[in-house]
Design a protein around this ligand. Structure first.
Ligand SMILES: Nc1ncnc2c1ncn2[C@@H]1O[C@H](COP(=O)(O)OP(=O)(O)OP(=O)(O)O)[C@@H](O)[C@H]1O
Ligand SMILES: [Mg+2]
Length: 296
C-alpha cells in the first residue's frame, strides 16, 4: 500500500478535484483505493457519495486509531457501482477542525499513520485530501505518506505559496518521516489562451524546476458536473471528461513510477517512531512555525 497526500497551503486551488481525479484513475486501473477525507469541509466524502451524518468518521480515527474504529470510519463509495474494483472513503468530519492546530501533540501527529497501518493489506493506494494549511491535520497526513502532490493555480498568490509548501515537505522528510518525498507540483485550472496564466506557469517552472509536472489541468465544466453527480470522471460522458481522465491516468502513472523505489510495506516500528518523536520533542514545531513566518 502506498500513501499520497494531495496538499496546498492555499484554499480552493483544486486539492479535492485532483484527489478525486486520481482516485477515479486508480479505481479505473483496478487498484484497491482508499480516499481519506482529512479536510473538515468533507468535499471528498461528498464527491465519493458519502453524504449524511455518520456515526464513525475520521475524527474517531484520530482520537482512537483502533482496528474496529478504523474499519467503521471507512465506507464503500457509491462509485463502486460503476465497475468491479474497490474504492472506499474514510469519511470526513467538520469537528476534526479541533485537531488542526499549529502545535499538534505528538500523539495527534502519528495516529493516522497508525490507523493506515491497520488496513495496509486491504488497499494498493491511499489518497489523502488535506486541508489548505500546514497545521496538525496536514502534518499528520504527511507523517503517514510516501509522497506529497502539491496543487497550484496559475495565480500570483497560489504560486508564491508553493515554495513554502515544498520547504515544508523537505522539513517533514528530514525531521519526521524519511519515507516522504515530493511527487511534484501540478497546475490546475490552466487556460493557455490567457497570457497571465502562461506567465505564472513559466514563473512556477523557474521557481520549482523539474518538480513542476508536465500534466496541467484545464478548467472544464465536466469536472464540476461529475463531482456534482458524485461520479468518477472516468465514467462521465463526453470528450472533455475523456481528455481530463487521460490526464489523470498519466499523472497516476507518474506517481506510481516514483513510488517504485519505495517499499509498499509499512515498516515503521515503535522504536523508529520513538526516535522521530524525540526530534519533535526538541521543539521542531515551534521552530518551523517561526520559519514560516519569516518566509512570509
Ligand atoms: N480544473 C477545473 N475545472 C473546473 N472546475 C474546477 C477545476 N478545478 C477545481 N474546480 C472547481 O473549483 C472549486 C474548488 O476546487 P476544489 O474544491 O477541488 O479545491 P480545494 O483546493 O480542494 O479547495 P479547499 O481548499 O476549499 O479544500 C470546486 O467547485 C471544483 O469543482
Ligand atoms: Mg478541498
Amino acid at each position: 500500500m502506498h500513501v499520497l497526500s494531495v496538499s496546498s497551503l492555499k484554499g480552493g486551488v483544486g486539492k479535492t478535484t485532483i484527489s478525486l481525479g486520481l482516485a477515479s484513475a486508480a479505481y479505473a486501473r483496478g487498484l484497491r483505493t482508499l480516499v481519506v477525507d482529512l479536510d473538515t469541509q468533507c468535499d471528498a466524502s461528498t464527491g465519493l457519495g458519502a453524504i449524511g451524518d455518520y456515526e464513525t468518521t475520521v475524527l474517531d480515527v484520530i482520537k482512537n486509531p483502533q482496528h474496529s474504529v478504523v474499519h467503521k470510519a471507512i465506507l464503500a463509495s457509491t462509485w463502486n457501482r460503476t465497475q468491479p474494483s474497490k474504492i472506499d472513503v474514510m469519511v470526513g468530519e467538520p469537528l476534526a477542525a479541533a485537531f488542526d492546530t499549529p502545535n499538534p501533540s505528538l500523539r495527534d501527529l502519528w495516529t493516522l499513520e497508525e490507523a493506515l497501518s491497520r488496513v495496509q493489506n486491504e488497499y494498493d493506494m491511499v489518497i489523502i485530501d488535506t486541508p489548505p494549511s500546514l497545521n496538525g491535520l496536514t502534518r499528520a497526513a504527511w507523517a503517514a505518506s510516501d509522497r506529497v502532490l502539491i496543487v497550484s493555480e496559475p495565480g500570483i498568490f497560489a504560486v508564491s505559496s508553493v515554495k513554502r509548501a515544498i520547504s515544508a515537505v523537505d522539513e517533514v522528510h528530514d525531521r519526521l518521516n524519511h519515507r516522504l518525498a515530493l511527487a511534484g507540483v501540478v497546475l490546475n485550472r490552466l487556460n493557455s489562451n490567457f497570457v497571465e496564466h502562461e506567465f505564472r506557469q513559466t514563473e512556477l517552472r523557474d521557481i520549482v524546476g523539474d518538480a513542476l509536472l508536465p500534466f496541467a489541468f484545464p478548467e472544464r465544466a465536466a469536472i464540476q458536473q461529475a463531482q456534482g453527480a458524485a461520479r468518477p470522471i472516468h465514467s462521465w460522458p463526453g470528450e472533455a471528461a475523456a481528455e481530463i481522465s487521460s490526464k489523470f491516468d498519466n499523472l497516476l502513472s507518474h506517481i506510481q513510477e516514483s513510488l517504485l523505489t519505495t517499499p509498499a510495506k509499512r515498516t515503521r516500528g515503535r522504536n523508529h517512531k520513538a526516535q522521530q518523536t524525540e526530534k519533535v520533542k526538541q521543539g521542531w514545531f515551534r521552530r518551523s512555525k517561526k520559519t514560516d513566518e519569516v518566509q512570509d
